[in-house]
Structures are given as C-alpha cells and as structure tokens.
Write a protein that binds this ligand. Structure first.
Ligand SMILES: NC(=O)c1ccc[n+]([C@@H]2O[C@H](COP(=O)([O-])OP(=O)(O)OC[C@H]3O[C@@H](n4cnc5c(N)ncnc54)[C@H](OP(=O)(O)O)[C@@H]3O)[C@@H](O)[C@H]2O)c1
Length: 330
C-alpha cells in the first residue's frame, strides 16, 4: 500500500530526520512536512515531500492539512517552559486528535518519559504498559494529562493512536537535549563539561536515528497501535561514562573532565535564569538510575536493534566537531 503522511514539527530534531527517512520508504507515496513558516530548506528537494505552512494550534487548518492522510506524526516540540507546555500542549493534542480522527488517520506521537514523574523512579526500568501516570509538577503533569487523553481517544474509537517514547536524545543534529549542546561542544574541544546533575547514575539515552526508525516501524504496523512503546536504547551507562567514551571517540586521552554545579548554587541561579529553573523541576531524572524496559518492542520489531554506544557516540562527536554551529535548522 502506498500511504500518505503528514508530519507536524517537521523542521525539528525528530521531524526533519523522520521526513528524510519517510521519503526513502517504499510504503510512503507522499509526505507533507508542516512548519509554521511554510519553509524548511533542507527538506524542500526531497522526493515525495511537500513543505506546507501550518500551525497545530489552528484547529480548522490542521483538520484541512490532515484530510486524506493515512498517518499523522506529531513531532512538535515546544519551548522548554512550564508556561508554554501548560497552555500549548493540551490544545495541540486535542487539535491533532480531532484532525487525525476526522481523516481516519493514525496519530503516531513522538513522546518522552515525563508522564511517569518522580514516582516512576520507584518502578525502574520504566515499562511501556505502565499507566500509573504522575500529577507532579507542571511539565510532567502536562505530559501525563495529554498521554491519558490520547490513550482514551484510541480506546473510545475517536482516533487511532500510538505513542513512541524516548529518553533524552543524542546524535548528529541533536542540540536540544540534556545530553546535547550542554555536553558535546566541550567534549570535542577537550574542555571540562559543566554539569547540573550528578553524573554517577546510570541514565538511558536514545539515539535519534533509532527513535525515528521506531516511529516508522510503529506507523507501518496497525496491530501495534493503541498503546505506548519504549524505543530500544543501548545498555544505559552513567553520564560520566558518556563523557569518557565521547572524549575517547574525539581522540583525547585521560579521564573525563567535568564539574558539577552544586545544588544550592543551581537553586539560587534558578531564581534568575528561566531555563535553569525549568531543568530544576526535572532533576528527579538524574537522582537515581534511570532505565527503560524495551523487551516487548524488540519482540515485535526485531529489526530495530539499538545502535551500539560506540558507534552512536562516534557519529555524534563527528557531527559536533564538523557541523555543529554550521547547520541550519530551518
Ligand atoms: N529533546 C529530547 O531529548 C527529547 C527526548 C524525548 C522526547 N522528546 C519529545 O520529542 C518531540 C519532538 O522533539 P524535538 O526535540 O524534535 O522538537 P524541536 O526540535 O524542539 O521542535 C520541533 C518543531 O515543532 C514545531 N512547532 C512548534 N510549535 C508548533 C505548532 N504550534 N504547530 C506546528 N509546529 C510547531 C517547530 O517548527 P516550526 O517553527 O517550523 O513550526 C519546531 O521546529 C517533543 O514532544 C519532545 O518532548 C524530546
């Protein structure tokens, strides 16, 4: 079957790689790449891809864009701000459920693990079938609310939905992440990495190309819809080990160079620096070993083996060394 897809958030980290990969997929005949500006230079010449203007906050035009689609991907990313998440995620989710539902399309969602909140720390490794969602804080509570709504919409027959979950991203083109441009530019310059969190806990990280492959695998398998899936990650290591391995991939000898901003200093700085305050709410992610169960995913999609850490870190380090700062994300 030749399918048509609509990708919201197509200019972003997930969306742009997803559109590129979909354009190579024989199953897909046409892909609409949506952005609010109507321009995404790096996607405009790809086969089967049309870049279109759209805003998921606009219900009527979102419905029009999704009409005739087989699959709608939600790869929207919002500014890392509690205010934005609280006011924007619920209407965006509702509009996309309505639009995909009206078109009879499946809504495949690029999700994270925030819905488990700090309570999830007691239930490691996190399981995709676990539906004990948090009401903690603002960003975790908002993600829990929209996840509940999407699962309910599927179960009520209003829209076919699948959630595909990642932990913190890393990889080429990944800057907006706990292990993005806060870490790799220093590593490739052989400099000390300044960390906000304890680097001694094991922490699952998701290689972006593995995530995108999983989104496509789920989109191609209707029997897998109606639930969340956790994308396979390479065996989790500590942030300290990530720095060590990346440092070695960048050709430097010796131990990892890092320092940790003390919690009291971070709290004080958080009063003045918005992004630090936002990260503070999420410090539970790095206050224990943070691991993800993905056995059921691999059983269903055995072709989606996680990329070994050595390979993925090497590709990440090479990109930061050669292309970081030169890439445009339009
Ligand atoms: N970063 C991580 O480590 C991580 C890990 C796991 C999961 N996730 C989740 O994965 C998803 C995608 O994340 P990402 O990092 O790829 O996002 P991103 O790069 O920050 O943003 C994706 C795109 O969303 C678009 N967008 C924003 N508001 C929109 C609106 N109202 N209507 C339509 N498009 C809109 C923007 O494109 P235009 O400006 O062109 O419209 C933006 O380029 C998010 O849900 C995120 O929480 C992220």
């Amino acid at each position: 079957m030749e399918k048509s897809a609509v990708v919201f958030g197509a200019s972003g980290q997930v969306g742009s790689l997803l559109v590129t990969r979909l354009s190579e997929e024989p199953e897909y005949a046409s892909i609409k790449a949506v952005s609010r500006s109507g321009h995404i230079a790096k996607l405009e010449n790809l086969p089967k891809v049309t870049v279109v203007k759209g805003d998921a906050l606009d219900r009527a035009s979102t419905e029009k864009l999704c009409s005739g689609a087989d699959v709608v991907f939600n790869c929207v990313g919002l500014p890392y701000s509690s205010k934005a998440w609280k006011s924007l995620w619920p209407p965006i989710t509702d509009n996309l459920l309505h639009a995909a539902g009206s078109a009879g399309a499946a809504l495949i969602v690029a999700d994270n693990l925030y819905c488990f909140g700090p309570e999830g720390n007691q239930r490691m490794p996190l399981k995709a079938t676990d539906e004990e969602f948090t009401s903690f804080g603002i960003k975790p509570a908002v993600r829990a609310k929209i996840v509940r709504e999407m699962l309910q919409a599927h179960r009520a027959g209003r829209c076919k939905v699948a959630l595909v979950r990642a932990s913190d991203f890393f990889g080429p083109n990944v800057t907006l992440s706990m292990i993005g441009d806060r870490l790799f530019p220093s590593v490739v310059a052989g400099k000390e990495v300044k960390l906000l969190e304890d680097p001694g806990f094991v922490h699952a990280c998701t290689y972006l190309p593995d995530f995108v492959r999983a989104l496509i695998a789920v989109s191609n398998d209707p029997e897998s819809w109606g639930r969340a899936w956790h994308v396979p990650n390479a065996p989790a290591v500590t942030t300290k080990q990530i720095i060590e391995k990346s440092r070695s991939a960048a050709g430097f000898d010796g131990a990892a160079k890092y320092s940790v901003i003390p919690p009291f200093m971070r709290a004080i700085l958080g009063w003045f620096i918005g992004p630090l305050r936002e990260v503070g709410e999420m410090s539970f992610l790095f206050s224990t070993d943070y691991t993800v169960e993905h056995g059921d995913f691999l059983e269903r999609f055995p072709e989606c083996q996680p990329t070994p850490l050595e390979t993925s870190l090497k590709a990440t380090v090479d990109w930061y060394r050669n292309d970081y700062g030169r890439s445009d994300r339009d």
